[in-house]
Design a protein around this ligand. Structure first.
Ligand code: SF4
Ligand code: SF4
Ligand code: SF4
Length: 252
């Protein structure tokens, strides 16, 4: 199949997601050698205007007071076949829910919106940052979905389904979502990531279990986006080996 056109579109965040892309190391070089042309990335590619892309990895939330950013996200949607919200800022707002251009933190304001509030998003990859492996796998699966044979397309569709469903879930996450979707489902592994991710310390971690204070929670989605079980991919379990083999084949 032909190489796909891959772009990284950068809005408001800490750039940690881009570091996670770079942390794919050899896999990234292989992807860029054989499977994808990086056609847009402000920090890496000297292209100023958003081009046509097959897959756009969008990092960060969008400041709605910044006209250019609002136009850029709309342009990204118009010109991309698959829009991926990369990381918790793009997905839920995350730390940028606290930003208000030099003023005091006021989490209730809506200056910085997750991209799903402005455009239709096809795939969410939450995590702050998402793991390099997950970004790599989604990129490989997007390549197979767009250019693979029928069998590969079907497998890629099954792999991406939970992350596509997440994109339809909405753009907010609070401790109650973590409670409903993870803890009460018996999926919590007691890793403490949610407590470490909470910027207002609304989560304490005692006896191996997170406890949230809903009076303190400002619904930034950080805990939900960072929890490794909030985007647990049940569909992958029975096909784990075939997916691993497929990805290993692509990256050989
Ligand atoms: Fe940084 Fe986390 Fe936002 Fe990514 S999701 S830009 S790592 S704060
Ligand atoms: Fe954000 Fe903390 Fe609320 Fe989770 S518990 S949504 S991290 S404020
Ligand atoms: Fe449990 Fe998720 Fe919190 Fe880890 S991040 S302690 S898995 S709820």
């Amino acid at each position: 199949a032909n190489k796909i056109k891959l772009g990284h579109v950068h809005f408001s965040g800490c750039t940690g997601c881009l570091v996670s892309v770079a942390d794919i190391y050899q896999g990234l070089l292989k992807i860029l050698d054989d499977y994808a042309d990086l056609v847009y990335a402000l920090t890496l590619v000297d292209v100023r205007h958003i081009p046509e892309m097959d897959v756009a990895l969008v990092e960060g939330s969008v400041c709605i007071q910044d006209h250019e950013s609002v136009e850029d996200i709309k342009e990204t949607r118009k010109k991309s076949r698959i829009v991926v919200a990369l990381g918790s800022c793009a997905t839920y707002g995350n730390i940028t829910r606290f930003c208000r251009g030099g003023q005091h933190n006021q989490p209730q304001h809506e200056s910085f919106l997750p991209i799903g509030d402005l455009i239709d998003v096809d795939v969410y990859i939450p995590g702050c940052p998402p793991s390099p492996e997950l970004i790599r796998n989604v990129t490989v699966m997007a390549y197979l979905l767009l250019g693979g044979n029928e069998e590969q397309k079907a497998l890629a569709g099954r792999y991406l389904k939970p992350l596509m469903a997440l994109a339809k879930r909405g753009t907010t996450g609070c401790f109650c979502d973590l409670m409903n979707d993870v803890i009460n489902q018996g999926l919590c592994i007691g890793c403490g990531t949610c407590a470490a991710a909470c910027p207002v310390r609304a989560i304490t971690h005692e006896f191996g279990k997170p406890q949230g204070d809903l009076n303190l929670c400002v619904k930034c989605g950080s805990c939900y986006g960072a929890c490794p079980r909030s985007f647990f991919n049940f569909d992958v379990i029975p096909e784990f080996e075939s997916i691993s083999e497929l990805i290993a084949d692509v990256l050989k």
